[in-house]
Design a binder for this molecule. Structure first.
Ligand SMILES: *[C@@H]1O[C@H](CO)[C@@H](O)[C@H](O)[C@H]1NC(C)=O
Ligand SMILES: *[C@@H]1O[C@H](CO)[C@@H](O)[C@H](O)[C@H]1NC(C)=O
Ligand SMILES: *[C@@H]1O[C@H](CO)[C@@H](O)[C@H](O)[C@H]1NC(C)=O
Ligand SMILES: *[C@@H]1O[C@H](CO)[C@@H](O)[C@H](O)[C@H]1NC(C)=O
Length: 336
């Protein structure tokens, strides 16, 4: 149905690897694009390549970031019809939209640097003068180009007149912007040493982005403290405002959601929960991956796993290392 349309970029992560988007007629074979996105694809095939790559990154990064949580990004796995948790405007969808927006801009900004995109190149050299012993050089990530082209693509579905509910569109737009803001804060100075035999007497530096997994961790923190909002008249138009807290506008740096999530303990297809049965848990942890929390008090079953590791490694002059293989048995646990 219209309401359950998947607007996140994730549909693209399923683009078959054999489909090389190098002809404009490939654009309409891509899943889940709205017309203005198809247009962007036709006018800039190189950029589309980068965006498909970003979509795959989102899927991998989301699953890694939530590997220790009851909700483990499973909704993304189950294409082509995503489980409803992403479309109901939950906290989880807030995270996915924010990460998607950040990832698209991140991948574009980096692609400018690596030379994968012909329409952009290195970011500008910073205006401030670096400390003695440091100098600007190298090729910085082009954050500006990433943000401009990334938001053009990411926000296109939410800018369409006739589609879905106004509240959901506002929520997705807001969270995408939060994702891009976290990305902007992830610019840091990176340097390379020069000098006689690595003495590092001079450093060449540029402004580069942190890895996407670090940005995802920041967004996970925001996910954990996300604010529930309602869609209500404020002045002349309807806006999202925090539900429980006294009247204040939504903050620019907080993720917002409209619908509460299930506890993800048991399977509920209608709510998009696959449950935690057979998930691995950690008996010694007291975090979200502990057997207590992960298994929702149902208990857990032990099993043993054989690990093969390199051991008794020996260095031979000159220059190689030989190792033996050792087997070790570890006990693991899965939720009942
Ligand atoms: C498109 O990409 C495929 C696979 O890399 C290649 O075989 C084909 O020649 C390319 N077509 C054009 C028009 O560049
Ligand atoms: C997430 O959890 C589900 C349900 O237990 C499981 O089937 C799936 O393999 C998990 N996904 C990942 C990426 O770990
Ligand atoms: C379980 O949790 C403990 C404590 O947080 C940690 O040191 C250990 O590596 C974890 N084990 C596994 C298998 O993840
Ligand atoms: C477990 O929780 C306690 C209290 O919250 C904390 O002080 C402790 O460091 C935690 N232990 C581990 C292994 O995470």
């Amino acid at each position: 149905s219209f309401l359950f349309k998947d607007w996140s970029v994730l549909a693209l992560s399923r683009t078959p690897t054999f489909l090389h988007v190098n002809q404009t007629q490939h654009c309409k074979r891509l899943e889940g694009l709205v017309s203005s996105q198809v247009q962007l694809c036709r006018s800039n095939l190189e950029l589309m390549h980068t965006i498909i790559q970003a979509a795959r990154e989102v899927k991998k990064t989301c699953q890694k970031t939530f590997a220790d949580m009851r909700w483990n990004c499973s909704s993304i796995e189950n294409g082509p019809n995503y489980l409803p948790d992403l479309e109901r405007g939950t906290r989880e969808s807030a995270f996915v939209y924010a990460l998607s927006a950040a990832a698209i801009s991140h991948t574009i900004a980096r692609a400018c640097t690596t030379g994968d995109l012909r329409l952009c190149s290195c970011g500008p050299i910073p205006g401030d003068i670096p400390e003695p012993g440091y100098r600007w050089g190298g090729c910085g990530d082009n954050l500006h180009y990433g943000l401009v082209m990334g938001s053009k693509f990411s926000d296109a579905p939410m800018k369409m007149k006739k589609s879905g509910s106004h509240a959901n569109k506002l929520m997705h737009l807001h969270n995408s912007e939060v994702g891009r803001q976290v990305l902007q804060n992830a610019m840091e100075m990176k340097c390379k040493c020069h000098g006689v035999s690595g003495s590092c007497s001079i450093r060449t530096c540029w402004r580069g982005l942190q890895d996407l997994k670090d940005i995802a961790m920041d967004l996970k923190t925001k996910y954990l403290s996300a604010t529930k909002v309602v869609h209500r008249p404020m002045g002349t138009r309807k806006q999202l405002v925090p539900k429980d807290i006294d009247i204040r506008p939504v903050r620019e740096n907080e993720l917002v959601y409209l619908q509460s999530s299930p506890d993800f303990c048991s399977r509920n297809d209608k709510l998009g929960s696959v449950g935690t049965q057979d998930r691995q848990c950690n008996k010694t942890s007291n975090g979200s991956d502990s057997c207590d929390l992960m298994c929702c008090g149902r208990g857990y079953n032990p099993y043993t796993e054989k690990l093969v590791e390199r051991c008794h490694c020996k260095y031979h002059w000159c220059c190689y290392v030989t190792c033996k293989k050792c087997e070790r048995t570890v006990e693991r646990y899965v939720c009942k």
